[in-house]
Design a protein around this ligand. Structure first.
Ligand code: ZN
Ligand code: ZN
Length: 370
């Protein structure tokens, strides 16, 4: 039973805002529940309003065009709890049957349904999220780190406990809604709808005397020490979320979150591939032939690597558990040492002599092979 709001208003999917408004006015007058006192008209009138509420709002219309087929499945009433549009309260129409004057419907609906809080709740005033960048060394990424840094952000005002009212108590009832937080409006004198009081955002109370420390905002900008635990194994570009450590919310609403995006500095001699660290070393061709040891830098310190006699160029040696810590598992990756054989381009006279002697020896061997 997917609703087609375009069909309801009898307009094209490409209809302009003006065309939609025109179509709505025409239909609203035709199906006004006052006419003939018809119950079907009341239902139809509600549908028309519902369609216009979405299609007359650029943002809601875009969402509807994109997700139209899915949000209807969430419940019979797309404007019920948890609706994705956060529109005004569409429930509770009350057709009282009183006579009304000829108002401009489009403008009235635009005013009443254009915004406001969803379903009787005050508009969310959750604090903003904050994102910061942090640079760490490769070693810190491997082993993790606890870091404290200073951040200027909005924090709950202490003197008023975030209420914005002097001493946290200086309130008076909102006169606009008589403290109820809601306003009942009669449109055309024929049906009533309840909306959130715009004066007090549904709280029913207004601040009488503002808190001097925060000028009624409920928060102040302050430098705050933030402690962040960087987990061992974190990779470049990953972010750590510190829930509730963003900016304070207004009037006691929850704070936003803080995201710390990690940048891992390059470290000479190491290249990270997932949790393995790759490093390359050159060895002289004599060592490749005869064997020997080299000093290899690892994240844990220097180690001796044995090069066996007859090592070909490009050979990989695995240093177990010398890589990066697995982020969500036990253990570490490996360090892979690639050994390249360095062939000299310049030789001393003596070196040349020695090599020629070696060559002769190999030539003799070669002859015996063929
Ligand atoms: Zn009010
Ligand atoms: Zn304050």
């Amino acid at each position: 039973m997917a609703k087609d709001f375009y069909k309801t208003l009898n307009v094209d999917k490409t209809a302009s805002a003006a065309e939609i408004k025109k179509a709505f006015r025409k239909l609203a007058h035709e199906h006004h529940p006052d006419k003939n006192g018809n119950a079907d008209n009341a239902e139809k009138f509600k549908e028309i309003n519902e369609a216009y509420q979405v299609l007359s709002n650029k943002e809601k219309r875009q969402q509807y065009d994109q997700f139209g087929s899915t949000f209807d499945g969430a419940g019979a009433n797309p404007f019920g709890g948890g609706n994705p549009f956060g529109g005004a309260n569409m429930g509770g129409f009350d057709f009282s049957g009183a006579q009304g004057a000829d108002f401009d419907l489009g403008d009235i609906f635009g005013q009443f349904f254009g915004g406001g809080a969803p379903n009787g709740r005050a508009r969310s005033q959750r604090g903003n999220d904050i994102q910061v960048d942090m640079e760490i060394s490769l070693k810190e990424a491997v082993f993790g780190k606890s870091e404290v840094f200073s951040l200027r952000k909005q924090v709950v005002c202490q003197p008023c406990s975030g209420t914005g009212a002097d001493k946290g108590i200086s309130y008076e009832d909102c006169k606009t809604c008589a403290g109820s937080g809601k306003i009942t409006t009669t449109v055309l004198g024929t049906f009533r709808t309840q909306t959130i009081c715009p004066e007090c955002s549904g709280k029913g109370k207004l601040i009488k005397d503002q808190c001097g420390a925060c000028h009624g905002q409920g928060f102040n900008e302050e430098n705050t020490d933030i402690q962040v635990e960087i987990p061992a194994g974190i990779d470049d570009g990953q972010a750590i979320r510190l829930a509730g450590q963003g900016n304070a919310g207004q009037n006691g609403a929850p704070a936003g979150d803080l995201y710390v995006t990690i940048h891992v500095k390059n470290e000479a001699g190491f290249e990270r591939h997932a949790n393995d660290l790759i490093s390359e070393y050159d060895i002289p061709f004599t060592m490749a032939a005869l064997g020997g040891d080299i000093q290899v830098k690892t994240i844990d310190g220097k180690v001796k690597l044995k090069i066996p006699a007859g090592t070909p160029s490009g050979k990989q040696f695995i240093l177990r558990d010398k890589g990066v810590t697995h982020l969500r598992a036990r253990g570490r990756g490996n360090q892979v040492v690639i050994v390249n054989v360095d062939v000299p381009t310049k030789l001393s006279k003596k070196q040349k002599q020695l090599l020629e002697e070696l060559n002769k020896e190999l030539e003799v061997k070669k002859k015996s092979w063929f």
